[in-house]
Design a protein around this ligand. Structure first.
Ligand SMILES: Nc1nc2c(c(=O)[nH]1)N[C@H]1C(S)=C(S)[C@@H](COP(=O)(O)O)O[C@H]1N2
Ligand SMILES: [Mo]
Length: 557
């Protein structure tokens, strides 16, 4: 092991930085380990909790009075500051002898271990994050202490006199302007020999240290963030799994017989959660803990509200079958799904807040900052517009908005179906703008009547003769009254419609057509309960939903 004793030419800031980075790496690795093993095994939090537990009641009261709910956060933040300073000091110790610094890290590791192991419910595995952290910190310290010293240019004599720099040598970085300022008095272009290991003279290399330190900090940061993400995910998973669903005050009626025609290849009436389409802007799924979740209702209201999850689920729960559709769905596309939702009526909550006259928009915001503008009149008109907590009898999955999302029958998802919803501002369309509006999508998005052929699948080969054609059609909150199909631009055939529980779901349909051998085009169109038949004219999804007939080409043989 190298001996740094009596080599004061390595500047103090350099060894302090090495110590600080080593401490950061130790914590980053410990946090990552805790994320994998057990969040409670992160030593800093364990020490913070232990400190709060053993602190005398007057001190605790003072902390709570001064910092409120943030008292633990303040303790942890204080610990981080102390650790930063102490680990810098470990760097200074390591300049005397490397193992002094390592021993310092180890001593702090022991404190962490004691705190981790005395936590209620601690297991032997919980020592790993701290041990790995200390090992990584010690390794980083030794690496950086070594790295900041490079072999000096060859010297003629064995003297400790400054050696002339060899210009152009790969490690002559210290001849850069400014570099020389950090070492002991030196006249450029000479570089001082600050130490020797064995026969090789060595010199302080600022660049090498800074590169190493930056690498260490980046690794520490990545480890810390990854650990937090993993821990948050596990906590939310645990909360999801342990959640019991409240009974609906207004249950949905059992599905009518024949809502599902059970034709092979036809979308089932109820879309299984695992098959439900997913559309959102989230790069990383928001992990929202129901314990800390709150829904804020504010803006043009008489009484702003803040509702916790526990308070939300105490309210009367409605159960409703609603089909969700995405405005981005191409004609015939897959972005539609039907589920039985459980939730609190948005209108009930809004009435409690007291919506003021003149408001016409709900600007909802998700935990990850996505926004959505929903027409207020639609939400208030008596339909089952819900703050939903469950889907098909299961707690919402994280990807579908756990713990709470909006579902509004009749509106495309981008203007209604906010997942991970945390904030509702009652406002006006002429005052506020939601996420997709400036990007070329209409501010309002009522769902257009659409129909889709599921069977046969596009491009399929079928036996010539009588052939079953089947699919789904939707016109949420108006209802589907008729579906027709035609072959090769011939006359329209009226399809048989499946039963539906309400006007907010899609409707299965089927028809029989006669197909002579050869290639055929089959088209479908639907008519809603207002008597409007979908238009034949093709339009792309932007700005307010695709139009046109779904058309498939198949081969009969
Ligand atoms: N937070 C958030 N909620 C969101 C979105 C989003 O990007 N972020 N996308 C919306 C869109 S465009 C649609 S179509 C529906 C889709 O809901 P699903 O993913 O549960 O099917 O969610 C809506 N809710
Ligand atoms: Mo969407």
């Amino acid at each position: 092991m190298e001996n740094y004793e009596g080599r004061p030419s390595v500047p103090s800031w350099a060894v302090a930085l090495a110590g600080f980075v080593s401490g950061a790496v130790a914590l980053g690795v410990a946090q990552l380990g805790a994320g994998v093993i057990n969040d409670a095994a992160f030593p800093v939090v364990a020490v913070g909790n232990a400190m709060v537990d053993v602190s005398p009641p007057p001190l605790k009261d003072f902390a709570i009075r001064t910092f409120g709910e943030n008292d633990k956060v303040v303790v942890i933040a204080g610990l981080f500051v102390v650790l930063a300073l102490v680990s810098a000091a470990f760097g200074l110790l390591a300049r005397r002898r490397l193992w002094y610094g390592m021993a310092g890290l180890g001593a702090f590791g022991v404190v962490g271990l004691l705190a981790v192991l005395t936590r209620p419910g601690a297991s032997a595995l919980d020592v790993l994050p701290t041990l790995l952290g200390v090992a990584a910190g010690a390794w980083t310290l030794s690496l950086l202490m070594r790295r900041m010293l490079v072999v000096a240019a060859p010297v003629e004599s064995d003297s400790a006199e400054p050696a002339p720099a060899e210009s152009g040598s790969p490690d002559s970085l210290s001849t850069e302007p400014g570099d020389a300022s950090v070492v002991e008095p030196v006249v450029e272009p000479e570089r001082p020999v600050v130490m020797r290991a064995g026969r090789e003279p060595r010199t302080f290399d600022r660049r090498a240290l800074l590169v190493g330190a930056t690498g260490g900090l980046v690794a520490a940061g990545l480890g810390g963030v990854a650990g937090r993400v993993l821990a948050g995910r596990k906590q939310v998973d645990a909360a999801r799994m342990s959640m019991a669903l409240p009974r609906p005050a207004v249950p949905a009626q059992p599905l009518p017989a024949g809502a599902d025609l059970r034709i092979k290849g036809l979308s089932p009436f109820v879309t299984p959660n695992a098959d439900f389409y997913r559309v959102d802007t989230a790069f990383i799924l928001p992990q929202v803990d129901p314990e800390t979740w709150k829904l804020k209702i504010h803006g043009m209201v008489d009484k702003p509200l803040e509702i916790s999850f526990a308070e939300l689920v105490k309210r009367p729960m409605h159960e409703a079958d609603i089909t969700l559709t995405c405005v981005s769905n191409e004609v015939g596309g897959p972005y539609a799904g039907n589920a039985r939702w459980l939730g609190v009526r948005m209108a009930d909550v809004l009435r409690e807040a007291g919506v003021q006259p003149g408001a016409d928009m709900l600007l909802s915001t998700s935990a990850d900052g996505w926004t959505c503008g929903t027409p207020l009149d639609v939400v208030m008109d008596g339909r089952e517009a819900l703050f939903a907590i469950a889907m098909n009898g299961e707690t919402l999955s994280v990807e579908h908005g756990f713990p709470v999302r909006q579902v509004v029958p009749g509106l495309y998802g981008y203007v209604s179906a906010t997942k991970w919803v945390v904030d509702i501002k009652v406002t006006r369309f002429d005052k506020d703008v939601a996420y997709w509006t400036p990007k070329g999508w209409s501010a309002k998005g009522p769902i257009k009547t659409q129909s889709r052929i599921d069977v046969p699948s596009a491009g399929a080969s079928v036996p010539a003769g009588r052939t079953i054609v089947a699919g789904v059609a939707w016109a949420q909150h108006r209802g589907i009254d008729a579906v027709e199909v035609r072959v090769d631009q011939g006359g329209w055939t009226v399809a048989r419609l499946a039963a539906v529980p309400n006007i907010d779901t899609w409707r299965q349909w089927s028809a029989e057509v006669d197909l002579p051998a050869g290639a055929h085009t089959i088209e479908v169109r639907a008519t809603d309960a207002a008597g409007d038949t979908q238009t034949a004219s093709l339009a792309p999804p932007a700005p307010d939903g695709a139009t046109g007939y779904h058309s498939i080409t198949i081969d009969a043989a």
